[in-house]
Design a protein around this ligand. Structure first.
Ligand SMILES: Cc1cc2nc3c(=O)[nH]c(=O)nc-3n(C[C@H](O)[C@H](O)[C@H](O)COP(=O)(O)OP(=O)(O)OC[C@H]3O[C@@H](n4cnc5c(N)ncnc54)[C@H](O)[C@@H]3O)c2cc1C
Length: 275
């Protein structure tokens, strides 16, 4: 959560190295920054992608077109240059995926924290924001859990989603967004591994087997592929994972809704094998 007494800087620095004349306060309810980033990409952090912007947007689950305006200001090539400037050179892997040469997501977190320091961003740890202060027209600031109110010229809400809540992202922002008049669409997991009841999975026959450049398709009830991804995948003790499988999550979910599959309790993916 960032409050800008004047002007703007985001955790990823968000500026083009020019620094800032504005005072920025970053409010973090945890005792450190970037806990989710540090575990991203299996601990290697897939920072960005070097494919052409149109390709990246075509592969975005759902409608990625909204990204055009953001990419018009700061695109994937800018991100690569930005991290290079911060001393985190990136290397290209399959399908244009860009990772730190060091293979350490922690290097990304540390470089961003160093950039905040260079930009003199004030950071308050162990400080939870309770709500946004707003009038009919605009956001005025925030109220903290302890009742303190901080007024500011602008507020950037970057409290994350709901995935891996132990990293601090407990979905606090959704209620604030709704209060501010936004519509929060149905929340569901995406880019997560798939659980399967197939006997050979249950028997862990293939557990740990990884396949390079495997062709993975989501089939409809008639056995016709609705989408196919060719990337790496791995058999786990509970099902399937790896980039090719993670990209199949949205089409699986859409197919299930389309074919009116009933979600079975806390283990929504147990019906996967029948799609
Ligand atoms: C397992 C996994 C792997 C991933 N791999 C990749 C990858 O390789 N590449 C990639 O690009 N993305 C990856 N992602 C997604 C990426 O991690 C997220 O998109 C990114 O972390 C979102 O950043 P954020 O700053 O919006 O939110 P978060 O990283 O969730 O940060 C939100 C911060 O806000 C704080 N906060 C929350 N509520 C409050 C409050 N009320 N008051 C004050 N502070 C608050 C939290 O403590 C947290 O520090 C992965 C995600 C997961 C779960």
């Amino acid at each position: 959560m960032h409050c800008h007494r004047r002007g703007a800087v985001r955790f990823n620095g968000g500026n083009r190295g020019g620094g800032t004349k504005e005072k920025v306060l970053l409010i973090e309810k945890g005792n450190k920054l970037g806990r989710k980033l540090a575990i991203s990409g299996g601990g290697r952090c897939n920072v960005t992608n070097r494919l052409p912007v149109d390709e990246i947007i075509r592969h975005m689950p759902g409608n990625g077109r909204f990204l055009y305006s953001a990419f018009a200001i700061f695109n994937n090539e800018d991100i690569i240059k930005f991290f290079g400037r911060l001393g985190v050179p990136l290397k290209e892997e399959d399908h244009g995926r860009m990772f730190p040469v060091s293979d350490r997501a922690q290097d990304v977190v540390e470089a961003l924290a160093k950039e905040l320091k260079r930009l003199k961003v004030e950071i308050r740890f162990n400080t939870a924001v309770k709500k946004l202060l707003m009038d009919d027209e605009k956001i005025l600031g925030v109220r903290l859990e302890d009742g303190t109110e901080i007024l500011s010229k602008s507020v950037v809400v970057a409290v994350g989603g709901k995935a891996v809540p132990q990293t601090g992202s407990t979905g606090d922002g959704y209620a604030w967004a709704e209060k501010a008049g936004h519509t929060v669409t149905e929340l569901y997991p995406t880019e997560v591994p798939v659980i399967s009841k197939e006997p050979f999975i249950q028997a862990r026959t293939l557990q740990g087997l990884s396949l390079r450049n495997a062709t993975v398709s989501v089939l409809n009830k008639k056995g016709k592929p609705v989408i196919t991804h060719q990337m790496d995948m791995i058999f786990t003790h509970f099902g399937l994972s790896g980039p090719a499988v993670l990209r199949c999550l949205q089409p699986i979910r859409r197919q299930r809704i389309k074919e009116k599959w009933r979600c079975a309790g806390p283990n929504p993916h147990s019906n996967i094998d029948r799609t």
